[in-house]
Design a protein around this ligand. Sequence first.
Ligand SMILES: C[S@@+](CC[C@H](N)C(=O)[O-])C[C@H]1O[C@@H](n2cnc3c(N)ncnc32)[C@H](O)[C@@H]1O
Length: 159
Amino acid sequence: MYAHIAPSYNALHGAEQERKIRILLSLCSQEFSTILDVGCATAHLATFFSDKKYVGLDPCKELLAYVPKQIQTICASGEHIPFMDASYDAVLSLTALHNYSDPLQGVRELFRVSKKLVFIGVLRKSAYHDSILAEIQLCAKSICRRTDIHDTLLFCHKL
Ligand SMILES: C[S@@+](CC[C@H](N)C(=O)[O-])C[C@H]1O[C@@H](n2cnc3c(N)ncnc32)[C@H](O)[C@@H]1O
């Protein structure tokens, strides 16, 4: 559903998503070295993690075509992340879960591949918003929550 806006994705959504990631990062005082961005689109958020090993994952090859060549990406679905348990210190998924065919499986996958930290933005107007939040509560040891204009933003420690 994002393929047709791939060339203009950053211009359309970049500023809004960057505002959200700034809020999420302000909630985190822990150090981490590796991060997987699930539903990364054009991986424009990689600029916030230039001192870390950043990997982006998205099922939309048209969006991934706009990722700068030096950034590592993988074309895959968030319901079946092709990494082992606890592969990344931190996992991020910003305004993506509501697009999945199985958002709750997507939540479980974020926590499965994270070693300790999970950053999530959930679209507030999504019909899945409340069930996604309930699933996150089952997977997290602690949650720090902020309400943004369009998203509920959650910084979580894995159980
Ligand atoms: C609103 S965009 C958000 C992109 C990015 N996280 C950002 O903050 O700019 C939603 C993204 O979710 C991706 N997406 C859709 N279905 C997905 C799935 N099953 N697994 C992972 N990502 C998915 C889309 O391709 C798109 O890149």
